[in-house]
Write a protein that binds this ligand. Structure first.
Ligand SMILES: Nc1ncnc2c1ncn2[C@@H]1O[C@H](COP(=O)(O)OP(=O)(O)OP(=O)(O)O)[C@@H](O)[C@H]1O
Ligand SMILES: [Mg+2]
Length: 346
């Protein structure tokens, strides 16, 4: 069986660890005085958000004092959370012992002489207080958030729980534009300050070593393959997958198929989600590779301030590399080939 995978959203067999970013979040969540109880992971499609989210949940799940619950962002989050907590045997027993009456939400039974709790926020507050009493911490994960009402309601309750010092932790992932739309909501001020982690490319040395070990290619070839992926996680899987399948003489033989997978599974979608001005900027960069900001701006007739808006936005979306002062280049591997074709078709 091919050790590499083309599928999204689950932890691959060949996994390159993100020691720095993953370690930082886990350390903070498990600290006695966490500096943040909320982290948001952003990055382009295929950058490994879902995989990182599952890695962190998996690690915390191993710890006896942690409870991890995954919520679906398209549903009523407070009610789902209460139901999921209630369904955990260990907690269920605690709640019954405390004679909590959550029957108004279809959870468990009513007790004689105890008034039912009729507000969902109160239900969760009681549950979280119980967790605190038993020195437990709760991690809630939400993958692929968009700025819908469920998220807003949940975030505003979260804010209240945190203020009461309840042991609730939240890890969300989303595309940059969705995360920033949620953050910009004025009612949710604490989100504004919440740390956003932009997924970095995978370590190129680790990719090289992995290709060498699994595919038994010479180190020079493995290095060249790693550079071809530019550290983009999906590209790492695709290139490994194709090499394993075809055992070619050179990388070049694989490139047409490599491009096709990237285009069909991610680039088309990324491209369609961009505004036409964003597309113009990318097309200008694609033409000359590493481009001077000044040249791009002149080619498009942008003012300096307009140019810096686009520069910042494309950087945040994970599409443009700005580390080289005064220059812009594309972050995704071989994206320029795709852009040239599609920009002309527009
Ligand atoms: N750390 C990693 N090491 C190796 N491969 C990875 C890693 N993270 C992700 N991948 C691979 O990259 C691809 C995309 O991963 P994932 O589904 O997590 O992306 P995503 O950012 O959630 O994308 P989307 O925005 O479309 O949901 C998958 O094929 C996955 O196997
Ligand atoms: Mg995902």
């Amino acid at each position: 069986m091919n050790p590499f995978t083309l599928s999204f959203g689950k932890k691959p067999n060949q996994y390159i660890s993100r020691l720095a970013q993953t370690g930082m979040i886990i350390e903070d969540f498990t600290a006695s005085e966490p500096s943040s109880q909320l982290y948001m992971l952003t990055g382009v499609r295929g950058s490994g958000k879902t995989v990182m989210l599952s890695t962190i949940s998996h690690e915390l799940r191993q710890k006896s004092d942690w409870i991890v619950v995954e919520l679906n962002p398209t549903r009523d989050l407070l009610t789902s959370l209460a139901a999921k907590l209630y369904a955990i045997d260990e907690l269920h027993t605690l709640f019954i012992k405390a004679r909590f009456d959550f029957s108004a939400f279809g959870l468990g039974v009513a007790f004689e002489n105890t008034p039912p709790v009729t507000d969902i926020e109160t239900v969760l507050e009681l549950m979280l207080k119980k967790l605190r009493e038993h020195n437990k911490r709760l991690l809630v994960t939400i993958d692929e958030v968009t700025a819908n009402d469920h998220i807003k309601v949940f975030a505003s309750s979260f804010q209240i729980f945190i203020r009461q010092d309840l042991p609730l932790f939240l890890l969300m992932t989303g595309l940059f534009e969705n995360i920033s739309e949620i953050q910009d909501d004025r009612a949710l001020t604490f989100l504004y300050r919440a740390p956003k982690i932009n997924l970095a490319p995978l370590n190129l040395n680790a990719i090289t070593a992995s290709y060498q070990n699994i595919l038994h290619v010479p180190s020079k070839v493995a290095r060249k393959m790693a550079l071809t992926t530019r550290g983009y996680p999906f590209a790492y899987q695709v290139l490994g997958y194709l090499w394993y399948q075809q055992k070619p003489q050179t990388i070049e033989q694989l490139l047409p198929e490599f491009d096709q997978y990237l285009q069909e599974l991610v680039y088309q979608k990324i491209w369609q989600e961009l505004s036409s001005k964003d597309q113009d900027v990318l097309a200008t960069i694609a033409k000359s590779g590493r481009s001077r900001i000044k040249d791009i701006r002149e080619a498009l007739g942008f003012s300096s301030s307009l140019m810096s808006v686009y520069r910042e936005r494309l950087k945040q979306k994970g599409l443009v590399d700005t580390r080289d002062y005064g220059y812009l280049s594309l972050t995704l591997p071989r994206f320029e080939n795709f852009i040239e074709l599609y920009h002309e078709l527009r």
